[in-house]
Design a protein around this ligand. Structure first.
Ligand code: TZP
Ligand code: MG
Length: 217
C-alpha cells in the first residue's frame, strides 16, 4: 500500500491499541491482537521492548498476516528495518530512536509516527515528515519507566492546534479518564494497559470507541 492510502486509513483510527505481553494477564500478543480486531480496532502497534530482534521479527510477520487479512493497520514500535521487512504499514519512533527524517529516507511509503513530549518536539516531528505525532504522557503511567513528567490533559489543547498532522494521545489513559482527553480535543487515543489488562479486550475496545464517537458527534 502507498503512503497516501495508509494516511487515509489512519484518519479512521479512534482507539489505538499498543501491545505489551507482560501486561496482558497471561494472554499472548497474538491473542490480544485477535481480540482487538474482534473489537473493531483499525490499527495496532506491536511494541515489545525486551524481545530479541529475531523474535520480534517473527512475531511481526504473524501480526502482518493477520492484520492484512482484517484490513487493520500494523505499526511497529522502534524498528524501521522490521517494519520494512514484514511490510508493515508504519513505524512508531520515540525521541531516542532513529530521527524521523532518516526513517523517511529509508522508508518513503511507511507511515511514521513520532512520540513527542512538548510543543517544540511536535513541531519538529511534523517538519521532519511525521505522518502523525503522539502527545504524551498525558497522565502518569507505570507501563513505561523513565517516561518523565506527565503533561496533563491541557497539553492537548495547547499543542494540537499548532500542528497540521493527525495526533494521538497516550499515557495513563483508561475508560475512567478518557473523557478528560476527549474534552481537550483528542479523537485518537493510544493505550497499552487499559486494553491489554481488560478482562474482555474486544468489549473494552468497543466501549472505548463508543466513548470517542459520542464526543465526535
Ligand atoms: N509512551 C508514553 S506513555 C507510554 C508510552 C509507551 C505507555 C502508555 O501505557 P499506558 O498503559 O496506556 O499508560
Ligand atoms: Mg521507541
Amino acid at each position: 500500500m502507498k503512503r497516501e492510502a495508509r494516511r487515509q486509513l489512519f484518519q479512521q483510527v479512534d482507539v489505538y491499541p499498543v501491545t505489551c505481553e507482560e501486561l496482558s494477564e497471561g494472554r499472548t500478543n497474538l491473542e490480544v491482537l485477535e481480540a482487538v480486531i474482534q473489537g473493531g480496532s483499525k490499527i495496532i502497534q506491536l511494541r515489545e521492548k525486551e524481545y530479541p530482534k529475531r523474535d520480534l521479527y517473527n512475531l511481526a510477520l504473524k501480526f502482518r498476516r493477520i492484520t492484512a487479512r482484517a484490513g487493520v493497520l500494523l505499526m511497529i514500535n522502534d524498528y524501521v528495518d522490521i517494519a520494512l521487512a514484514v511490510e508493515a504499514d508504519g513505524v512508531h519512533l520515540g525521541q531516542e530512536d532513529l530521527p524521523v527524517q532518516v526513517a523517511r529516507k529509508l522508508a518513503p511509503e511507511l507511515l511514521i509516527g513520532a512520540s513527542t513530549h512538548s510543543l517544540e518536539q511536535a513541531l519538529q516531528a511534523e517538519e521532519d515528515g511525521a505522518d502523525y505525532i503522539n502527545i504524551g504522557p498525558i497522565f502518569s503511567t507505570t507501563t513505561k519507566e523513565g517516561v518523565g513528567r506527565s503533561l496533563g490533559p491541557e497539553a492537548i489543547s495547547e499543542i494540537s492546534p499548532q500542528i497540521k498532522v493527525p495526533f494521538t494521545v497516550m499515557g495513563g489513559i483508561n475508560e475512567e479518564n478518557i473523557d478528560q482527553v476527549l474534552a481537550q480535543g483528542a479523537r485518537r487515543v493510544a493505550m497499552v494497559s487499559a486494553i491489554t489488562r481488560a478482562a474482555d479486550i474486544a468489549k473494552k475496545v468497543r466501549s472505548l470507541q463508543d466513548k470517542i464517537r459520542e464526543f465526535s458527534e
